[in-house]
Design a protein around this ligand. Structure first.
Ligand code: ATP
Ligand code: MG
Ligand code: MG
Length: 530
């Protein structure tokens, strides 16, 4: 991480944040507690954390943006904090927009008193059309007294009050449509997960966010550039209420091909049972990608490389997985596996009776430790390898030595059913073309190798696409496999490599078999696109 940090600091972040003073910068990450964190949220959280803490030695706030009781739940606050922790991110303080409901309410009254907001009962569709066409609402010039009375009615949540909303009086026809009198308060009957029934009116994000940023001392509000049109509106709110200026700094929203980064759409997949939960390895949630074998280190390096880029194109997954591969390759223990229905029995005519040797788990990194490998006169090799052997070919059995293929039994369909080999340990492994993985012991708990495809069939879904039309029919691929007994030493979440197959993460035992999830390594072919 430190390496990534110093290189990115000097390159992408050379300009830093405007007006930043070391030790005085305050940033925040404002998730809505309405789902689990996804990889896009990880970018926002990491950039805010990086600038606030690591680059400027200031303060970092985690703020639950809980202004919409319809979608929010306590459960999600807990899991969001856990996910942040998993990413190595901790807020100096944890706050809630709802901590400020009283203050926000006072500011709503104040902004009405200043003649800068009015209550409106225009139907939603009409309001949208009027905003589009730059037409003023008939309520726009109501008196301050009328507006205060209507807002009081809204506050009580009466039938009459619920017909109204509060709008900022900014402009009727500003070319920037975000400036056309946005709604800033509305009624909601649902109990709030923290304030219960206390409130019937709730501030809209566009109103709450700048005010709470100012009140909490945020110096730099980092947010995604899809809000850029709303930046003037953000500053307008602060000016209208005479609040302290906050610097807005935007970065691009993260998008990946064939991937949904929207809590609403991810909810849909969970509800349709198309995944097993929010931590499904097919999910772009922090939990999902971690379970698929993505390291925190790789996520950090990747997000800091993205840094202040303004491009919003959908990115390929390959580059983040390639970074991940560089992180795991030097430390992933090497073990062997053979697809179960493809294992070919080999009799070694001059083989040892049975003998165990201690071998390194990683040939280039002794720190990874050692494994026990069993040698015996009966071993198994992969069908594909067996098929390729020529008569009397000299091959290399990895970690053992050379051997001649003396006999190859093939059935009518062309499948190799058995092999006979003769060890030739004085042979030179540099001279053989084939270095073969093999197994002498297969009599323990079976193993499943799991690989996954993208959940959707379209690179980038458009706004009007119906999700149901683009669901990939089969997204999980399972291969039963045999491995050596060293897998029994692995703990859930351990990352390793099955040599000549790929990197895997041990996902624990299910129905008496050990599950290993394939970790994409950034080469397109390895991403389950079979
Ligand atoms: P979603 O629709 O996925 O839930 P959101 O923006 O509505 O996204 P929030 O919980 O409000 O979800 O997001 C918290 C923060 O994370 C916001 O500051 C938001 O801008 C940022 N964020 C959300 N999605 C992305 C993304 N794909 N890339 C970068 N930042 C993101
Ligand atoms: Mg949001
Ligand atoms: Mg959203």
């Amino acid at each position: 991480y430190n390496k990534a940090r110093s290189s990115t600091t000097s390159a992408s972040f050379a300009l830093g944040l405007p007006g930043a003073v070391h030790g005085k910068v305050v940033t925040r990450f404002p998730p809505e507690p309405s789902g689990y964190l996804h990889i896009g949220h990880a970018k926002a959280a990491m950039l805010n954390y990086f600038f606030g803490k690591e680059m400027y030695g200031g303060k970092f706030i985690v703020r639950f943006d809980d202004t919409n009781p319809t979608k929010e739940r306590d459960e999600f606050e807990q899991t969001i904090l856990e996910d942040l922790e998993m990413l190595g991110i901790r807020g100096d303080v944890i706050t809630h927009t709802s901590d400020w409901f009283e203050k926000l309410y006072e500011y709503a009254v104040e902004i009405i008193k200043r003649g800068k907001a009015y209550c409106d009962d225009t139907e939603q569709v009409d309001m949208r059309a009027q905003r589009m066409d730059g037409i003023a609402s008939k309520r726009r010039d109501a008196s301050i007294e009328e507006n205060l009375a209507r807002f009081a009615e809204m506050t009580k949540g009466t039938t009459e009050g619920k017909r109204w909303c509060l709008r900022a009086k900014i402009s009727v026809d500003d070319p920037n449509k975000a400036m056309r009198d946005p709604v800033i308060y509305r009624c909601n009957d649902m109990p709030h997960h923290r304030t219960g029934d206390k409130w019937k009116v709730y501030p809209i994000y566009d109103f709450a966010c700048p005010i709470v940023d100012a009140l909490e001392g945020v110096t730099h509000a980092l947010r995604t550039n899809e809000y850029r049109d709303r930046n003037p509106q953000y500053q307008w709110m602060l000016d209208a209420l005479g609040l302290r200026k906050v610097e807005v700094w935007d970065f691009s929203r993260l998008n990946f091909v064939f991937t949904l980064l929207s809590k609403r759409k991810l909810h849909w997949f969970v509800d349709q049972n198309l995944v097993r939960g929010w931590d499904d390895p097919r999910f772009p949630t922090v939990r999902g990608v971690r379970r698929r074998g993505m390291t925190v280190e790789a996520i950090k390096q990747y997000m800091l490389l993205q840094g202040p880029s303004q491009s919003t194109v959908a990115l390929e997954w390959d580059s983040i997985w390639a970074i991940n591969k560089k992180v795991i390759d030097p430390i992933a223990p090497r073990l062997w596996a053979i697809a179960k229905d493809k294992a070919v029995k080999v009799t070694i005519t001059n083989g040892p009776k049975s003998e165990t040797k201690t071998l390194p788990l990683h040939k280039k990194n002794p720190d990874v430790g050692t494994k026990q490998t069993l040698f015996s006169s009966t071993i198994f090799v992969e069908q594909e390898d067996a098929l390729s052997f020529e008569d009397n070919e000299e091959i290399t059995l990895m970690d053992w030595g050379n051997a001649f293929v003396r006999k190859k039994s093939v059935d009518a369909s062309g499948v190799v059913t058995a092999l006979e080999m003769e060890l030739f340990l004085e042979g030179d492994f540099k001279k053989t073309k084939k270095k073969i993985t093999w197994l002498a012991q297969t009599d323990f708990a079976p193993v499943r190798l799991l690989d996954y495809d993208y959940l959707i069939t379209k690179k980038s879904l458009e706004e009007n696409d119906s999700l149901g039309d683009f669901v990939t029919p089969t997204t999980e691929f399972v291969v039963d496999a045999l491995t050596d007994a060293n897998v029994t030493a692995l703990k859930k979440g351990d990352i390793m490599q099955f040599e000549r197959k790929g990197y895997y993460i041990y996902d624990g035992e299910r129905d008496g078999a050990r599950d290993f999830i394939c970790i994409p390594d950034g080469r397109a072919a390895s991403i389950a696109s079979k």
